[in-house]
Design a protein around this ligand. Structure first.
Ligand SMILES: Nc1ncnc2c1ncn2[C@@H]1O[C@H](COP(=O)(O)OP(=O)(O)OP(=O)(O)O)[C@@H](O)[C@H]1O
Ligand SMILES: CC(C)(CO)[C@@H](O)C(=O)[O-]
Ligand code: BAL
Length: 283
């Protein structure tokens, strides 16, 4: 496994791989890898001859007062996990290499970025789309793998890839959870034991909603109220949003159907967590 910091060197490696007819699979991350990331890497390993992992805590997707400085980092452990997952190449650029003095270009996807996380983090998706576009241009993958834990991010990246005619297949992988239901997230490390326990309200809220729908409830407002009430019962949990949306457009829905997804974001103490789940099992 090779670790590359230089954009130019990475581009040379990718050009050689393409010239040799290799399929390039790419998993973009901000590092501090956990089993959720490893599930993306496993899928990437299955789909590509060459598996590239990027580790870059992207400053432009963090708003004022957010946790950019404190974001957990452990490159050494990431390298060990990446090697075990069969990564061929880690791309870990510096912020100054990605955004040199005079950098002036942003990528903005309208509409689908306005609500949900975009409402409370207004510049977030502009930062994500800008860095993902740059990473796509540098790595030039055939396939890129993302997690559905960041459901809106995945929808935005799919929209952007279509809109910009990028010849990249975007794959979404299921949410990897702890045994008790908590979605794995690098930010879980911020939680103290009591907050860790109360954070279960997010996944429990999703299960509660799924049960209500199974019992025949199709009114979105009723389900949202039940989930909000469950979150509100925890002293350290403050709901940011509970929404029921169409899985592709992310438009809010009043009636629940086979395309409905429940999306939740909440502050647990000072840690912002997100989770989601489909509401109807059509299988
Ligand atoms: N539990 C999970 N299951 C599956 N994929 C995940 C999970 N957590 C993160 N991912 C995916 O890993 C990729 C990189 O995400 P990132 O590095 O931000 O990790 P994270 O754990 O989501 O961190 P954060 O705490 O910042 O939300 C994204 O595509 C994200 O959706
Ligand atoms: C896609 C991404 C790597 C862009 O910085 C980040 O938003 C993430 O880790 O989900
Ligand atoms: N996985 C999303 C990264 C962020 O919250 O900035």
């Amino acid at each position: 496994m090779e670790i590359v910091e230089s954009i130019e060197l990475l581009q040379q490696r990718m050009m050689s791989a393409r010239a040799a007819g290799k399929t390039i699979a790419f998993v973009p991350t901000m590092g501090f890898l956990h089993a959720g990331h490893c599930s993306l890497l496993e899928e990437g390993r299955r789909r590509g001859d060459l598996l590239v992992l990027s580790i870059f805590v992207n400053p432009t997707q963090f708003g004022q007062g957010e946790d950019f400085e404190d974001y957990p980092r452990d490159l050494q452990k990431d390298c060990t996990l990446a090697q075990e997952a069969g990564v061929d190449l880690i791309f870990a650029p510096s912020a100054v290499a990605m955004y040199p003095h005079g950098y002036a270009t942003e990528v903005n996807v309208a509409g689908i970025t306005a609500g949900l996380c975009g409402a409370s983090r207004p510049s977030h998706f502009r930062g994500v789309c800008t860095v993902v576009t740059k990473l796509f241009n540098i790595v030039q993958p055939h396939v890129a793998v993302f997690g559905t834990k960041d459901f809106q991010q995945l929808a935005v990246v799919k929209r952007m890839t279509r809109d910009l005619n990028l010849p990249i297949e975007i794959i979404g992988m299921p949410i990897y959870r702890e045994a008790d239901g908590l979605a794995l997230s690098s930010r879980n490390v911020y939680l103290d034991p009591e907050q860790r326990q109360q954070a279960l309200a997010l996944s429990q809220g999703i299960t509660l909603a799924q049960e209500l729908v199974k019992q025949g409830q199709t009114d979105a407002a009723t389900v949202i109220a039940a989930v909000s009430c469950h979150l509100g019962a925890q002293s350290q949990v403050r709901s940011d949003y509970v929404a029921i949306c169409h899985q592709s457009t992310l438009e809010p829905q009043q009636q629940i159907d086979g395309d409905s997804v429940l999306l939740v974001a909440a502050l647990v103490g000072r840690t912002r967590l997100i989770d989601n789940g489909y509401l109807m099992d059509l299988s």
